[in-house]
Design a protein around this ligand. Structure first.
Ligand code: ATP
Length: 307
């Protein structure tokens, strides 16, 4: 599917989420979160930088937060495009969606789960990403700041990078929707339109979307870093002293916006890679899927400190 049609699909999906009536408290809260994000992008960011020129880029690592932001960003691109069409003297048929690929950037990490790797590869196709992937230098992974510097040298027209961080992420409480990078980083503007999203909002919108989600989340992971610092979330262990978690998103799954109308009423998960299956099978415990956890304070309980 080309980027224009995909953006339109994301717009239709987002609008149908916004039109859910008699929703749960989570759905009501997520509708509000979506409206805030849309306003930030359409009324502020896209007025500062036209998203169809090459000043904006999207940081993508295959995680659930950046997937949510990507779907919303594409939805806003469609809305922005249609606003331009409606204010033009020329008929709709004379307007072509101006982008074919979305400028995006991935900073390679040390040892990534192969399921995440393959999910990213699928996303490049599915979401028409023009994804720059940082490469190791002299066989070593370079730090984020250096990697972004390399990116900006290669794409000097980039003024701002869209990032899926939230207030509940480490150091996130002090972030602003639009802020410059720290002084020890190469200069660009950080666009952070989902800061206010809670974990329950993320799952709600994502499960409603019917989009394929990275398979690691089905196996109890709630936040994914490198292999050597990420485990499934201990609060999701089955048959432990943990209280059985509640599934809060039945309505979202029942009403899910399917791209494939023949799809069954199930959550769309990308397959796990054999090497990760082996790893997960080696764990002593079984886990509820990641979306059974909605407590923001516990989201990163599976992220362990490096030795
Ligand atoms: P999860 O917490 O489930 O792993 P996530 O990866 O989307 O989801 P974070 O790890 O909190 O969320 O990262 C926040 C955001 O920072 C991402 O949404 C993405 O925009 C950006 N980001 C993080 N790591 C990278 C990376 N290696 N390359 C490019 N962007 C990244």
């Amino acid at each position: 599917m080309d980027l224009g049609h995909l953006a339109q699909l994301c717009y239709n999906m987002t609008e149908s989420y916004l039109q859910i009536t008699n929703g749960t408290d989570v759905i009501n809260g997520t509708q509000e979160a979506i409206r805030i994000t849309k306003d930030q992008l359409l009324l502020d960011i896209f007025k500062k930088w036209n998203p169809f020129n090459d000043a904006l880029s999207f940081s993508f690592n295959g995680g659930k937060d950046c997937q949510v932001l990507l779907l919303l960003y594409l939805s806003c691109l469609w809305e922005f495009f249609m606003l331009g069409v409606s204010s033009s003297q020329f008929d709709r048929k004379y307007h072509k969606f101006p982008l074919t690929k979305l400028p995006s950037v991935l900073i390679s990490q040390e040892e990534v789960f192969s399921t995440v790797d393959s999910y990213i590869a699928e996303s490049i196709d599915r979401y028409n990403l023009d994804l720059y992937e940082s490469t190791p230098q002299n066989g070593n992974h370079i730090d984020m700041a250096q990697a972004f510097e390399n990116y900006l040298n290669l794409y000097p027209s980039t003024k701002a990078i869209v990032i899926g961080v939230r207030y509940t992420d480490p150091f996130g409480e002090h972030f602003k929707p639009l802020q410059p990078t720290d002084s020890n980083w190469p200069y660009f503007l950080r666009v952070q339109p989902i800061l206010h999203w809670k974990l329950e909002n993320i799952w709600s919108y994502l499960l409603f979307s019917g989009e394929p989600i990275c398979g690691m989340y089905a196996k109890g992971f709630t936040s994914i870093g490198d292999i050597d610092n990420t485990l499934p979330n201990p609060y999701l262990i089955i048959n432990s002293t943990n209280v059985k978690p509640q599934f809060l998103f039945s309505k979202e799954v029942e009403r899910s916006f399917y791209q494939d109308k023949n799809a069954t009423n199930e959550i769309n998960i990308t397959p796990l890679q054999p090497i990760d299956i082996k790893l997960i099978d080696s764990f002593e415990d079984d886990y509820y899927p990641g979306w059974f956890l909605v407590d923001d304070a516990k989201e990163r309980a599976g992220r362990i400190k490096k030795q």
